[in-house]
Design a protein around this ligand. Structure first.
Ligand code: S3P
Length: 177
């Protein structure tokens, strides 16, 4: 199959916005390679994300994210599923734009809570799994997410297929503008 895009797609958005699910769907449907930033970082460090936060601290983890984004600039036709905090650094937004096109996935706090409820791999949400906490953190991050995004797609109540269709459609429009 022909390449769908000749650039990388970077998926950004709050924890539980569906980045990994959408990346998996793009991988299956369009034969794109997927880079899961969290997974690569955990693999390379030989420990889970919660352990990296606990042992080395958040700043250390954030530096690894920036290095990985830079490293990915040598790849093409890859879906990069970014950790939810990646766009919080100004520098990362610049590096993302050099990498490819940025797709912001959004969901309501209620939807996020449903999706992350039984997961214990997100240190920032451990002990904070309430709609109010999620809504507050999401609001703090909103401006940066929006500044980084080339296109935005809502995910509430939609299947991965529907979301991907909208991504491809909007991306083609964005490119031809
Ligand atoms: C984080 C999101 C997580 C992970 C880390 C920090 C964040 O990734 O990188 O726990 O700051 O939003 P997901 O968005 O894939 O859950």
């Amino acid at each position: 199959m022909d390449k769908l895009f000749d650039y990388n797609i970077l998926l950004i958005g709050f924890m539980g916005a569906g980045k990994s699910t959408v990346a998996g769907y793009l991988e299956k449907t369009y034969s794109m390679d997927v880079v899961e930033m969290d997974q690569i970082i955990a693999q390379r460090e030989g420990m889970s994300i919660p352990d990296i936060f606990k042992i080395h601290g958040e700043e250390y983890f954030r530096d690894l994210e920036t290095s990985l984004l830079i490293e990915m600039q040598s790849r093409s036709n890859v879906v990069i599923s970014c950790g939810g905090g990646v766009p919080m650094r100004e520098r990362n937004i610049k590096e993302m734009k050099k990498n490819g096109r940025v797709v912001l996935l959004t969901a309501k706090p209620e939807t996020i809570l449903e999706r992350v409820r039984d997961d214990h791999n997100r240190p920032l949400l451990e002990g904070n799994k309430t709609v109010d906490y999620i809504a507050e953190l999401m609001e703090k991050r909103r401006e940066k997410y929006e500044a980084a995004a080339d296109i935005t797609v809502e995910t509430d109540g939609r299947t991965a297929g529907e979301i991907c269709e909208e991504i491809v459609d909007k991306m083609h429009k964005f490119i031809s503008e």
